[in-house]
Design a binder for this molecule. Structure first.
Ligand code: HEM
Length: 501
């Protein structure tokens, strides 16, 4: 044994062991660095940001519009880039071909929402449609689809609901006729009412303060840009800010308004042809089809309002803005609508096919408005290849709709309003791959069909009754948008002149 030990610890063997240890140590250090560098090189490129703090630029600290900032970064780094936000990364996909690829081929991977985001978790706790995930989301999404389908196919309920709200808009216009008026309040009152009928079968009586407060609270939630709140990405900012707390309180007040409606629906529930969103939820729960609880249903009701109302109001505000800016276009639309309606009193959805130009105008409005210009955030729980890069799991991913809708390689003069973008040389409507106002894939807007009807009926009904003009002493409304999570035009006024029949 002694001899054996002596042989091992001769100088030569010892130095050899020593070198071997050094090499092993060096490899243990170098290999992870090489792996890290290779993996880092394979992620999308992006601008420099300070570690821990991340990009202040994206949080709007410089006061610039998020869309403009993202387009500028895209020009430098290409159609897919990645930005450090502080405690997580944001990958932005801008090229429409990449967006198509991601949301069709990679749809099931991009199905998730970053439910772990501080603001989303603190306010919504993974409940509902927008911030829900997993089987509960699948069920509630199915219910949303059913509600939309039923609302659209039960022609009488749907059109009667919308027509009643339009009648009230027209009454308001009559009261203000020829005088400057900001359309936003009357349009938003109508849209909130259509969605409240769809959600819980009731209109909001705005002369009651509880209804007005309910609407105001929903607006605060819908317009709070929770994705851009620093509290998500810089933990220390949570010490100073009370925003999340205040939004949670707002949500509780909304729940207080909705809860009795849910209870009433449950107690008065009889198996019948379902009517509104709560009815369909209650039916599912009774049939034992799902594990949905009251919190899921209540949050989903909030989601229908917060995801639906303001974007719809925004698109209508853009639509009337362009009609005021381009009186010839307005005249052409009116002529086409009147001709298609022939002797009927109001335009109906059935007349739509006879109105190619009006359809093109509404499509171009949706392109220009890009009301939800960044869509809603996505994430994946596995690394994914896209456009030759690896998007690491856990990144927040946004599909930048605005960039696609404004891509000059795809659209002719994209910053101009051109309904011709949607009409081909044979006078038919064009389906564009770079056009996706309602998103793509499993998380796409479940209410696009309802929205299209609201937009079409409101737009055509107002144009048949009123000519909208810019007030004499004011400049034409600007096509600039105001900063915010939903792209609204700057405030403008119109004078509604009744059309002589
Ligand atoms: C012009 C109006 C509208 C636009 C531009 C719009 C657009 C969108 C977009 C871009 C998304 C996200 C898609 C994604 O994550 O990739 C979305 C989701 C959603 N929208 Fe709409 N929407 C509109 C109207 C409505 C209306 C009227 C409702 C409700 C009645 C509604 C309810 C929802 C809901 C619940 C989601 C979340 C779906 C999910 O996460 O699974 N939207 N919408």
């Amino acid at each position: 044994m002694k001899k054996f030990l002596r042989t091992i610890f001769t100088y030569d063997n010892f130095s050899c062991l020593f070198t071997l240890r050094n090499v092993t140590l060096a490899l243990a250090l170098i290999i992870p660095i090489i792996v890290w560098m290779v993996r880092k090189r394979s992620v999308p490129p992006g601008p420099f940001t300070f570690p821990i703090f991340g990009s202040f630029q994206l949080l709007g600290v410089d006061g610039k519009s998020l869309n403009k900032t993202l387009i500028e970064i895209g020009k430098k780094y290409g159609p897919i880039f990645r930005i450090n936000l502080g405690n997580c990364y944001l990958t932005v996909v801008q090229g429409h071909d990449l967006i198509q690829e991601a949301l069709t081929n990679g749809a099931e991977y991009f199905q998730r929402r970053p439910v772990w985001l501080h603001t989303a978790k603190a306010i919504y706790n993974g409940k509902g449609i927008i911030w829900g995930d997993g089987t509960e989301w699948q069920t509630i999404n199915k219910i949303a689809g059913k509600t939309a389908n039923q609302f659209v196919t039960s022609k009488s309920v749907m059109e009667a609901t919308i027509q009643e709200e339009i009648r009230l808009i027209l009454n308001e216009l009559y009261l203000e006729k020829c005088r400057p008026i900001n359309l936003r309040l009357i349009i938003s009152n109508a849209v909130y009412n259509i969605l409240s009928t769809l959600t819980f079968g009731e209109r909001l009586e705005y002369d009651r303060s509880s209804c007005r407060t309910f609407k105001e609270n929903l607006q605060s939630l819908a317009l709070a840009d929770i994705m851009r709140m620093p509290e998500n990405y810089q933990i220390y900012s949570r010490w100073f800010s009370k925003k999340v707390e205040s939004l949670s309180k707002t949500r509780s007040k909304i729940i207080e308004f909705l809860e009795p409606r849910l209870t009433n629906h449950k107690s008065a529930f009889v198996k019948r042809e379902s009517k509104d969103f709560i009815d369909i939820c209650v039916q599912h729960i009774r049939d034992g089809d799902s594990k949905l609880d009251d919190e899921d249903v209540l949050q989903s009701m909030i989601d229908l309002f917060t995801a639906g109302c303001e974007p719809t109001v925004s698109v209508l505000m853009w639509a009337f803005l362009f009609m005021v800016r381009y009186p010839e276009m307005q005249k052409r639309c009116r002529f086409e609508i009147m001709k298609a309606m022939s002797n009927s009193k109001n335009p109906s959805w059935g007349d739509r096919d006879k109105m190619l130009y009006v359809q093109a105008v509404l499509l171009e409005v949706k392109r220009f408005a890009s009301a939800m210009s960044c869509g809603l955030p996505h994430t994946m729980d596995t690394d994914l290849e896209l456009g030759g890069y690896r998007i690491p799991r856990g990144d927040i991913v946004i599909f930048h709709q605005y960039a696609s809708h404004m891509d000059p390689t795809y659209w002719k003069r994209p910053s101009e309003f051109r309904p011709e973008n949607f009409i081909d040389s044979d006078g038919k409507l064009i389906q564009h791959v770079a056009f996706f106002p309602y998103g793509h894939g499993p998380r796409a807007c479940p209410f696009s069909s309802v929205t299209d009807k609201i937009l079409y009926l409101t737009f055509t009904s107002i144009l048949t009754q009123y000519e909208l003009r810019s007030p004499d002493d004011s400049p034409m409304p600007s096509t600039d948008s105001v900063p915010g999570t939903i792209r609204f035009p700057k405030n403008y006024y119109v004078c509604p002149y009744p059309i002589e029949s």
